[in-house]
Design a protein around this ligand. Structure first.
Ligand code: ADP
Ligand code: MG
Length: 727
């Protein structure tokens, strides 16, 4: 093993940046390549008859119903465009509940009956598809005799092409639903939640006299964190290959304590990877903007400019696909897992969220006028109420086996949902609560709708990096989303719970005899009722968890098994069905699927770990101790009357540890057998939390200790130091 590992390590640190053939794009301004692989508005305007183009724009912008009569024309133009860019195939691209994306390619090919073929793509092929869906999770929605799933074109996200070595494939973003009409994906509920939010937000805007806004949209900017590991080193780690994280590994002497990686100079090979990804993303019309080193060694971030939620979600999926796909070209594997390494920071996906009107007004932007300020405070109050009342939905929306290692594990952010508003906003809300003078510039009692608020500066609000839900100037940053997860679930729950708060506000205000009066008291009452969710201190602190749960009554749903059952709480089912975001059947299916996923992931990890211990670690350590014993024996045989203290000590220590590891591996295997016998997903999830994971932790502890006593040349796996610093 040793020679493989050494060779790999040498190779890793000597790999120079691979330069893919980028002659065409090299050094080009973003605007020159942006959107080149997208059938967006500019391409449509150029290629579609005027009337068809206009209809399509209305469908895209205003959500008008798709008019099948234009489908053939659009399909034909889309095909011509794609074929000019080398496309030979098309696919309906969808988001099944695996959390990944799915595609099945078909050629633009129809036999003509005379031994020839022609390239064909009809409106029908564009609008709908019927992939054989029996192998996608449905959580019981599709009984096996009715396994059909359907895809339907989502015109709100532009179609795009993905180039492949011998031709490109046209990708058509689609919804995925069952024969009985239930959503089998995350896109449908996301769009439903956007509609619900828009409907309720417009009611509020009308009360403020706005008659022009036609809809309100959530905007999302997801910041994507990831790790890169040299692919030759990764090749020697079954855990990285099978589970995306290290299941074992003693800490490296150097971790992240020097704080020298964050925003440090980007290593050359990493830079070529980043540029490669960025060029592909720009061509796909994804506005990638920011790149930097993250806190942990080997950890990086990519952030696009925010976009409308549904598009941001699709683009983030594409971004993750692209990163995974392009990394090997640079000698890396890209780890999107939330916690690839114990002891250094994990990866998240800060979900920056705001809502704006179609006329471009950000409703979370503190305004310039008293009127704007009052409106801003009402929307802010709605978010406060939403996060407090539906903190469980926000928590469970980000619950995965991977993210459990991050949330609640003494790093950003904790599993307890709380909000951070910043000193200025807090002072304003407190002044409203107590009817006392606001201690800002003007020092007088605030009268909403009459008085101006001070202008908030971004600087004064974005100080708390430990808060799960932080106001950052004109948006909220939800920091609990896992790096590998789709952002759909999180945004569905944010949109839904804010829509519900706005609904209640609108019901109340529409009836109020004196709008200004009621507005003021409503904000005040909301703040008083929900201020327990606001916390401006250090979210990592144990004292906070105690205060949150014991004094404030906030939930601490530490694991996926704890969080998921909340999805079926009557108040949550009532709210989500009331707004038409999920049906009860859909909710139950999602409960099943998310828990099943959790159980399956941990099961794979448990088996991988036991395998690594049995097939690699135990034989390697055993070989080492045998060699030590032999060397001690040789010394004796040579008549050297030595105590052989080193050999004896290490042999004793390691023999204990190998016995321990053998027993611990057996325990893990037994736990998996017991898990398999349970047969009910809720019980399985609890068993994973209470038994399988603790047994895995015990096995890891002995293996990691054995690693620290075993000579490097015997240890079968690249170490934490190799993996973290070999980029
Ligand atoms: P940070 O300090 O968190 O890095 P940035 O200004 O870099 O903040 O923004 C992070 C993300 O937030 C980017 O994707 C950015 O486009 C997005 N963002 C900025 N303004 C908004 C907004 N109004 N709504 C949603 N996302 C936004
Ligand atoms: Mg941020």
């Amino acid at each position: 093993m040793h020679s493989h590992r050494t060779k790999a390590m040498v190779h890793a640190i000597n790999t120079s940046p691979v330069a893919p053939d980028r002659q065409e794009e090299k050094g080009r301004a973003a605007e020159e390549i942006f959107g080149r692989h997208v059938f967006g508005l500019p391409a449509m305007r150029k290629r579609l008859p005027r009337e068809v183009y206009r209809k399509l724009v209305r469908i895209i912008r205003e959500g008008d119903r798709l008019d099948p009569s234009i489908a053939d024309v659009v399909a034909s133009a889309m095909k011509d465009w794609a074929m000019e860019l080398g496309a030979t195939h098309y696919t309906h691209w969808f988001h099944p509940m695996t959390g990944l994306t799915a595609e099945k390619h078909d050629a633009f090919l129809t036999p003509t009956g005379d031994g020839q073929v022609i390239s064909e793509f009809s409106g029908k092929m564009l609008i709908s598809g019927e992939p054989d869906a029996s192998s996608f999770p449905s959580g019981g929605i599709r009984s096996t005799f009715e396994a059909r799933g359907y895809t339907a074109w989502d015109p709100s996200v532009p179609a795009f092409i993905i180039p492949q070595p011998y031709g490109a494939t046209l990708h058509i973003p689609t919804y995925f639903y069952s024969y009985s009409g239930e959503a089998l994906d995350r896109k449908i509920p996301l769009l439903r939640s956007v509609t619900a939010l828009s409907r309720q937000a417009l009611r509020i805007l009308r009360l403020f006299g706005n008659t022009t806004a036609a809809f309100v949209r959530p905007n999302v900017g997801p910041e994507q964190e990831y790790f890169l590991v040299d692919s030759r080193l990764a090749a020697l780690r079954p855990d990285l290959l099978l589970t995306g994280r290290t299941l074992l590994g003693a800490p490296s002497p150097k971790g992240q304590e020097m704080e020298d990686h964050y925003f440090g100079a980007i290593p050359g090979r990493v830079m070529s990877f980043m540029q490669d990804v960025e060029i592909e993303m720009l061509k796909l019309g994804i506005p990638v903007k920011t790149r930097h080193n993250e806190v942990a060694p080997g950890q990086f971030e990519l952030a696009p400019v925010f976009e409308e939620a549904n598009i941001a979600c699709d683009h983030n999926m594409l971004c993750m696909n692209m990163m995974r796909h392009l990394a090997p070209r640079h000698g890396f594997i890209c780890l999107l897992h939330e916690k690839p390494f114990a002891g250094v920071n994990g990866s998240g996906k800060h979900n920056n969220w705001s809502m704006s009107t179609d006329t471009g007004e950000n409703l979370l932007s503190p305004g310039e006028t008293p009127y704007d300020n009052a409106r801003f405070l009402l929307f802010l109050a709605a978010v406060i109420k939403a996060v407090d009342e539906y903190s469980d939905l926000l928590r469970l929306a980000v619950a995965t086996a991977g993210n459990d290692h991050r949330l609640g594990a003494n790093e950003a952010p904790p599993a307890v949902v709380s909000m951070f508003l910043g000193d200025e906003l807090n002072a304003v809300l407190e002044a409203i609560e107590t009817d006392s003078p606001y201690a800002g510039a003007e020092k007088k009692t605030l009268k909403l709708g009459v008085d101006s608020l001070p202008r908030f500066t971004r600087d004064t609000t974005d100080r708390n990096r430990t808060s799960p839900f932080a106001f950052t100037g004109n948006k909220f940053e939800f920091r609990m989303v896992g790096s590998a997860d789709s952002i759909a679930c999180a945004n569905i729950m944010i949109n839904a719970s804010v829509a519900e708060a706005l609904r209640q506000f609108a019901d109340d205000l529409e009836k109020a005899p004196d709008f200004d009066e009621r507005l003021h008291s409503l904000i005040r009452e909301t703040y008083i009722a929900h201020k327990r969710i606001i916390f401006n201190g250090n979210g990592y602190d144990d004292a906070w968890i105690k205060e949150a749960t014991e004094q404030r009554g906030l939930l601490n749903l530490r694991t996926t098994a704890d969080a998921l059952p909340r999805l079926l709480e009557p108040k949550n089912v009532e709210m989500l069905t009331r707004h038409g975001i999920f049906s009860e059947t859909e909710l139950r299916s999602r409960y099943e699927i998310q828990l099943e996923n959790y159980v399956r992931i941990v099961r794979i990890e448990a088996l991988t770990m036991a395998d690594m211990a049995r097939k690699e670690i135990l034989p390697a350590v055993s070989a080492f101790t045998a060699d030590l014993a032999e060397s001690a024996a040789r010394k004796h045989a040579a008549g050297l009357d030595l105590a052989c203290g080193y050999e004896t000590k290490v042999i004793r220590k390691l023999s204990c540890l190998t016995d321990g590891a053998d027993t611990a591996a057996e325990e893990v295997e037994k736990a998996v057998t017991a898990l398999d016998a349970l047969g009910d997903v809720t019980r399985e999830a609890n068993f994973v939390r209470d038994t399988v994971l603790p047994k895995m932790a015990a096995l890891r502890a002995v293996c990691d200790e054995a690693e620290t006593h075993t000579a490097a040349k015997y240890w079968p796996f690249p170490t934490y130091g190799d993996l973290l610093f070999g980029v």
